[in-house]
Structures are given as structure tokens and as C-alpha cells.
Design a protein around this ligand. Structure first.
Ligand code: MN
Ligand code: MN
Length: 458
């Protein structure tokens, strides 16, 4: 098979310029959207700015063609919808996720030991635990205090903020650790985050803990027992940065799947007067199996479609089923790009290459496509024609060698309604690492793919 040309080898000066302009907007989104909650906030802020109104407002005024509607689902997932001619004819849907692998604080996190105050964590999603010690970390939290006020905590993102830190054993004393398997070298219960050290001015039994709790009380009205009812996430403190002399790549936390989420957002904000209703889905909890009421398996999107159908009168269940079944879906998630330093894990003919455009994965899954949505050729042929006509540069990619591992996405969930679904997203390096790497050309082609799909697919 002939090696495909990279995006950089195929574009003109104008597209090259657009790639870099798009990347600036994307990096600024990454820096604002470091948790699913912050991402939801930013998505809805941008949507409102572009004239989207809430589902409640839309229902109240009566829904019409080309109405732009948002749904905020519990502040951790969202739907943006641009109304087409007739909902029963189905929708064009791009579905991405906002959650990313990270560390969460436990309900009773804080303890004092060896003249430090530390916090217990429980990791979220598939991390390599040894990657998290000795990097600078930020803390993002949300809780409702005893007076009923919402409190947002964000420490470690500004240049003059303090950061947090997880210790690792020094190499001089690393003999025991070196003997262990990589997966066991850093146990989950050793991922404890340093929150403070000074006992100055306090002389009780746990003076450092007392000082840290006093700081939290004074600044956030947070008592120790508020952690029991709060959500606190630990993420790398790093901002999104350009990589390489040519600045053609981006390193940042949470690009799985915020690269597709931002492309999805930019695309749906650029939809106007579509024939078929266009939908951008931004869901939570993909990384832990799409469970819970903010995930793709929750019914909030279906309920939204039902509410809109019901608002036209004569609601029946079959109208909802038709709208879902006749839909077309791009499951917008990242895949693995070929990594020459770990060549053994990839099968070169069928792995995505960094910089070769948005990646179509007919199927995902592991060990014989288990857990996969395997897309239908009738649907894929239409997508190929649409992308080729609109100069969307795309490639195919399978997640590594058969039987090396595997992974899944939200694709199968929407397929259960009978919708046509295929995985279409950005290939990346070092997926699920604290900081992940991808090509600006691929991020941009992902956006182009979603934009032409939402506006034009029939
Ligand atoms: Mn993902
Ligand atoms: Mn993932």
C-alpha cells in the first residue's frame, strides 16, 4: 500500500494559516476546560454568545427551524442543537466526551504525616500510575457549603499560584521499586498529594493540618467534612503548549477527548439552517464506561428530543424512535497514532499516522472487535464522498495490533437506537498520559470533518 501524503504536504498557504489560527483557539479552550465541569461551562458560554438559547426558553417560545438550542445536563455534560426541517427524519450527531483521566480526592482525604499534610486520591480512568508522581499538579473543586452557596476552587493554574505534588522514591533508594513490574511500581495508595508543610503559629496535635484547614475555611468557607459531599479533581498544572521548532504539535492534558470536543463545538457553532437537525453531544464518564446520569448511556439527549417532539403536539413514542433510528453519528473520540519508539504495539499498514488527517475507525474494541460498533459500508461510502468533495483529509486507523489491547468509545450506545455510527477522531501520541501529544493538522482536519458532516450530510 502506498504511503499517504501528510496534511502538510497537501495544503495551500491559506489552510496552513487556518490550522495555526484554529490551534490558538483550541489551546485557549484547553486551558479553560481542565475538568468536565469547566468544559461544560465554557461550551455553554460560547454557545450563548452565538445565539443558542436553553431548551426551556425554546420550548416556551415554540421551536422553529434553525433554532439554536442548548441543554446543560447537571453541569457536566451538554447538548447543542440546530433545528432542521423535521426531527423525525433523523439528525446528524457528533458525540464527544469531556472527561479525562485524572486523580480525584477521596471523601476523607486529608491527613498529616512526617511534617506534611497530604491528601488521599482515587484515580479516574485508565492511567499509568507511575506517570503522576513528581509533576506539578493543580486542584479543581466544586461543593455546596453549609450556607447553600456554590463554591468553585481552582488552584495551580495561574503563574503565581502554588501547585501540588506527589512524591516518588529517589533512584539511590530505588532498588526495591526497580524490581517491581511497571504496573505495580507506584501503587494507587501511594498517589498522595502534598497540600502543605508549615506549622508556623499553631501548636495543637496536628498543627499543619489545622493550618491547611484554616486556609480552606478562610478562603473557600470549606470545612473538613465538606470533602464528603464535594468533587475535587487533581490534574497537571501545565498549560497547553506548542511542541517543536515549527510549533506544529500541541502538548496538553485532557486532549482525549477535548480535541474532538473542541472540534465538535467549533463545528456546531458554524452550522446554519441545516436540512437535517445538527447535534453536538458533549458527554461525561466515557473514561469509566459511560455510566451515570451525565454519561452517553443516560437518557438526557433522548429526553431532549422527546421534549421537542412533544412540544409540537400529538407526541408518541414511535416519533422519538424514528428520530433516533434515522440519525447519523460520528463518534468523536481519539485513537492511537503510530509511535516509532514502541513499534512492537502497532501494525503499520492499519495504524493512523500523526499529521495524516482525521482518523476513521470502522471498529474499535479488543480481542476480536469485542465491545465495538462495526460501522456499515453504506454509511462509510457516503462519508468518503462527502469528505473527498470537501477536501477533508482523512485516514483510517486501528488502535494497535490485534490482541495487543484495545479500547472502546460511545459509538455502540447510539448504535443501539439503530442510528448509523462510525468512530471519527484525532490520532494522538501518549494517550492518557498526564500530558498528551497531537498534530495541529489533525486537530484542524477533525474540525473540518465534523463541520461538513453537520452542515451537509444527507
Ligand atoms: Mn476518549
Ligand atoms: Mn480515553
Amino acid at each position: 500500500m502506498e504511503k499517504s501524503k501528510s496534511v502538510w504536504q497537501q495544503i495551500d498557504a491559506n489552510t496552513n494559516k487556518e490550522i495555526f489560527e484554529y490551534s490558538e483557539k483550541y489551546k485557549s479552550f484547553l486551558d479553560k476546560a481542565k475538568t468536565e465541569r469547566l468544559a461544560t461551562q465554557e461550551i455553554i458560554r460560547q454557545a450563548k454568545e452565538k445565539g443558542f438559547i436553553s431548551l426551556e426558553e425554546a420550548l416556551k417560545k415554540g421551536i422553529e427551524k434553525n433554532d439554536k438550542i442548548y441543554l446543560n445536563n447537571k453541569n457536566k455534560s451538554a447538548v447543542l442543537m440546530v433545528m432542521g426541517d423535521n426531527l423525525e427524519e433523523g439528525m446528524n450527531i457528533v458525540g464527544s466526551h469531556l472527561d479525562a483521566p485524572r486523580l480525584d480526592l477521596k471523601a476523607n482525604p486529608i491527613y498529616e504525616q512526617a511534617d506534611m499534610v497530604l491528601a488521599k486520591t482515587h484515580y479516574y480512568g485508565g492511567i499509568k500510575k507511575f506517570q503522576w508522581p513528581t509533576i506539578q499538579l493543580a486542584l479543581h473543586g466544586y461543593f455546596i457549603d453549609k450556607d447553600g452557596n456554590e463554591v468553585n476552587v481552582s488552584i495551580g493554574e495561574k503563574d503565581d499560584d502554588p501547585v501540588f505534588y506527589i512524591n516518588d522514591i529517589l533512584p539511590h533508594l530505588g532498588a526495591t521499586q526497580n524490581e517491581k513490574k511497571l504496573s505495580e511500581a507506584v501503587p494507587a495508595e501511594s498517589l498522595n498529594v502534598v497540600l502543605g508543610h508549615s506549622s508556623y503559629g499553631v501548636s495543637d496535635e496536628n498543627p499543619i493540618k489545622t493550618s491547611v484547614l484554616k486556609y480552606l475555611k478562610d478562603n473557600y468557607n470549606l470545612d473538613e467534612d465538606d470533602f464528603k459531599v464535594a468533587e475535587f479533581e487533581i490534574v497537571p498544572a501545565a498549560k497547553a503548549r506548542d511542541v517543536g521548532f515549527d510549533r506544529a504539535m500541541i502538548a496538553a492534558h485532557g486532549q482525549d477527548d477535548r480535541v474532538c470536543s473542541f472540534a465538535n463545538l467549533e463545528a456546531i457553532l458554524n452550522v446554519d439552517n441545516p436540512k437535517l437537525t445538527a447535534v453536538g453531544l458533549f458527554v461525561d464518564k466515557e473514561e469509566i464506561g459511560s455510566v451515570g446520569n451525565t454519561s452517553m448511556k443516560a437518557k438526557f439527549f433522548e429526553n431532549m428530543v422527546a421534549e421537542i417532539l412533544a412540544s409540537k403536539g400529538n407526541y408518541s413514542d414511535i416519533l422519538l424512535r424514528r428520530a433516533m433510528e434515522k440519525s447519523h453519528v460520528l463518534s468523536a473520540d481519539v485513537t492511537a497514532a503510530y509511535d516509532p519508539d514502541h513499534d512492537y504495539a502497532f501494525e503499520k499498514l492499519n495504524t493512523a499516522l500523526v499529521g495524516h488527517g482525521v482518523t476513521m475507525s470502522k471498529y474499535t474494541g479488543s480481542r476480536g472487535k469485542s465491545g465495538s460498533n462495526d460501522a456499515n459500508p453504506e454509511f462509510l461510502a457516503k462519508l468518503r464522498n462527502l469528505f473527498n468533495k470537501n477536501k477533508v483529509i482523512w485516514q483510517t486507523g486501528e488502535l494497535g495490533k490485534v490482541d495487543q489491547g484495545g479500547g472502546g468509545t460511545i459509538a455502540f450506545i447510539l448504535a443501539e437506537h439503530g442510528a448509523e455510527v462510525v468512530d471519527m477522531g484525532t490520532a494522538m501520541l501518549s494517550m492518557h498520559a498526564p500530558v498528551e501529544l497531537l498534530s495541529k493538522a489533525d486537530a484542524y482536519m477533525t474540525y473540518k470533518a465534523y463541520e461538513v458532516f453537520l452542515n451537509q450530510f444527507e
